[in-house]
Design a binder for this molecule. Structure first.
Ligand code: HEC
Ligand code: HEC
Length: 257
């Protein structure tokens, strides 16, 4: 029981001194940059030979981007490291508690010693929050269900690091991609279009309008074209444990099988 509790608490969030978002709600489990540094040394010594300096050498696994075969939670990572995986092709590596904490923090920062390690909670709870209290499905589409006005998140776990997902939730302004922005457009015919930009080249812009129609507009036909610099998200009001659960769910979204 004691171990279980410890494992559950073994969830972490680091914001370095220079970090941009508030620590207040996340201060339960903090890893210092020293822990991450320890992790980078452990990595070089015990893991890099097989997984490569950037974590991508083992087929189908990309440690820095949080892409594993089975592991999702920090607990899964501990188990894979301490007991090995895939019938011994991944050997058990015996590490001290401090080294283990370090290596997990290092993986969760996406191998950025300057980065912030991210708490990963429970997938099922995260799904419940995503569809319920978090109201994410009011805007986001997953596996063919939900509106198209916000980015489709069906494979978000395969294309974003845990750190990027966390930023989207707790510091959305710093996570805003250049392309994924709200736009307000007025055409020469006087039509006013609001939507979200998907793509743009020199002459045209593609967007999803408020009625969820995919549209491509020729720029020379526009009288005004405003791109919003503010994110749609407010920083989330979910608790740090809830954010950890939602991130676990997002990481499990890797496209439909
Ligand atoms: C001798 C080579 C070798 C070493 C050393 C090694 N690994 Fe692995 N690791 C593998 C292989 C091979 C797999 C893929 C297993 C599979 O096919 O599922 C793997 C899988 C993993 C996985 C994914 C488990 C899953 O559930 O998908 C993680 C995480 C991992 N390794 C972390 C580490 C870390 C951290 C270290 C250093 C402490 C390390 N490995 C050292 C070879 C190695
Ligand atoms: C009011 C609509 C709305 C709600 C509710 C909403 N989102 Fe978003 N979300 C967006 C939009 C629009 C974007 C695109 C970036 C922007 O404009 O902020 C976005 C971006 C994201 C991204 C980044 C996508 C990428 O490509 O990196 C993630 C992750 C995300 N949202 C997750 C969530 C989660 C989890 C919830 C629920 C807790 C949620 N969103 C609730 C509208 C919404």
């Amino acid at each position: 029981m004691k171990t279980k509790t410890r494992l559950t608490l073994f969830v972490m969030t680091v914001v370095l001194a220079a970090g941009t978002y508030s620590l207040a709600q996340m201060s339960d489990h903090i890893y210092t940059s020293q822990v991450i540094e320890t992790g980078s040394r452990v990595y070089v010594r015990h893991c890099a030979l097989c997984h490569g300096p950037d974590g991508s050498w083992v087929e189908g696994i990309d440690l820095a981007r949080g892409r594993f075969h089975l592991a999702v939670s920090d607990e899964d990572l501990r188990r894979a490291i301490l007991s090995g995986a895939a019938d011994g092709r991944m050997p058990a590596v015996n590490l001290s508690e401090a080294d283990l904490a370090g290596i997990i923090a290092y993986i969760r920062t996406g191998f950025e010693p300057e980065g912030s390690a991210v708490a990963i909670g429970n997938v099922l709870r995260g799904r419940g929050l995503f569809e319920g209290k978090g109201e994410c499905t009011a805007c986001h589409r997953v596996n063919g269900r939900g509106p198209r006005t916000a980015p489709d998140l069906s494979d978000i776990g395969a294309i974003r690091t845990p750190g990027a997902l966390q930023r989207s939730l707790i510091a959305p302004a710093s996570a805003l991609l250049p392309i994924n922005r709200a736009v307000t457009i007025v055409t020469r015919d006087g039509e006013k279009i609001t939507g979200r930009r998907l793509n743009e080249d020199t002459y045209t812009v593609q967007l999803i309008d408020a009625e969820e129609r995919l549209r491509s507009l020729v720029k020379s036909n526009l009288v005004s074209y405003e791109i919003s610099a503010t994110p749609t998200h407010e920083p989330t009001s979910l608790s740090s444990d809830e954010v950890a659960d939602v991130i676990a769910y997002l990481l499990a979204l890797r496209g439909q099988l």
